[in-house]
Design a binder for this molecule. Structure first.
Ligand code: GLY
Length: 349
């Protein structure tokens, strides 16, 4: 078999650095990529039923695992304290020692949950991220954010825990449901909107996008931002463009009606509308965003009552002093953060 051509990016952070490898077919080479990290240490592989049904055979033919893979039910529900406790039980049964390695093989939910379990198991064991959705490949598998949801809110208990390696195989996206692909494209539009006009403009072109190229560009942007602000006190907050209103929209649908990417798409348009109305954002930006999102098959209009989002916004981690910290655009490719009063937002919406 020919060796897979992989592109390599390096993420530097306070405690070290790690590589992101991107290449079609890399999953078949995963065993060899993990070998120098594994040596004789125990390995706990965490996946979900859908991912394992679609790609488990390829994974298992590449990676020798002495213990059965931990296959969790799909969906956001498992990203909870109950899911975490279940993983701890699995790690204990596998005798995962401090030198052990966790491999998270799945989308954002698996990456976040297995990541938080790895961050806290025996005060921290190493993890490799092997993301299988577009959203996880362009965003959540890079940068070390891990968390579970609590009844009080999304991602409220978590830790920064950088992986040893992120292995991205865009070939696994061939079996990705269309809705999942669209959700990932919302995050790709976000990267263009906050940092890269050329990426943004590429998304307006007709024809099939080069997913491997888009993933590389997004990971490069994220790697640069994380290197400068790993702990999310400044520049990294820009990656939350559309997410404040997006989280409120997700919550308004009980996390069932709108997927994360769908809610973020609507949230980005609302944030751009607010920016234009307040005179911070170049006129025409809202229309450009709508075009880019529509080209990717995403809805741009929240169909509910915008006023009903405000109680949900008040409960947001970033809300304080009668308003909320928002990411706004100056223009496509340039973003900044600003505290916006709820009163102002209510007048605009
Ligand atoms: N998903 C946003 C971040 O990693 O900061």
């Amino acid at each position: 078999m020919d060796a897979v051509k992989a592109q390599k990016l390096t993420v530097g952070f306070e405690g070290g650095r790690y590589d992101i490898l991107i290449g079609k077919g890399l999953l078949r080479e995963l065993g060899g990529l993990l070998a120098p990290l594994r040596k004789n240490a125990p390995l706990a592989v965490v996946s979900d039923e859908n991912v394992w049904a679609a790609h488990g055979e390829t994974f298992a033919s590449s990676v020798d695992s002495f213990d059965p893979v931990i296959v969790l039910p799909p969906g956001e529900g498992i990203k909870s304290l109950e899911g975490l406790s279940r993983l701890y039980g699995d790690f204990a049964r596998r005798k995962l020692t401090r030198n052990g390695l966790v491999a998270a093989f799945g989308g954002g939910v698996i990456g976040d949950l297995a990541g938080f379990a790895a961050a806290t198991w025996m005060r921290g064991v190493r993890i490799v991220q092997v993301p299988t959705t577009l959203l996880a490949q362009v965003d959540s598998s890079v940068g070390g954010k891990t968390a579970v949801n609590l009844p009080q809110g999304k991602n409220l208990a978590g830790a920064f825990h950088q992986p040893e390696l992120t292995v991205i195989d865009p070939a696994v996206l061939d079996s990705l449901p269309e809705r999942e692909r669209r959700c990932g494209m919302a995050e790709v539009v976000k990267y263009g909107a906050i940092r890269s006009r050329s990426l943004f403009e590429a998304l307006l072109e007709d024809g099939e996008p080069d997913l491997a190229g888009l993933i590389h560009t997004c990971c490069q942007i994220k790697a640069e931002i994380v290197a400068r602000d790993e702990r999310d006190f400044g520049e990294r907050m820009l990656l939350n463009f559309g997410h404040t209103l997006g989280h409120a929209i997700e919550k308004s649908g009980g996390f069932e009606t709108y997927r994360h990417g769908e809610a973020v798409a609507m949230g980005m348009v609302l944030a751009a509308e607010a920016g234009e109305a307040m005179g911070f954002t170049e006129p025409g930006t809202v229309n450009a965003l709508r075009r880019a999102l529509t080209a990717q098959g995403l809805e741009t209009e929240y169909p509910g009552d915008l006023m009903s989002l405000f109680p949900l916004l008040s409960a947001d981690k970033k809300s304080a002093g009668g308003g909320v910290q928002m990411v706004l655009l100056r223009r496509v490719g340039e973003a900044f953060t600003r505290h916006v009063a709820f009163e102002d937002l209510k007048r605009i919406f």
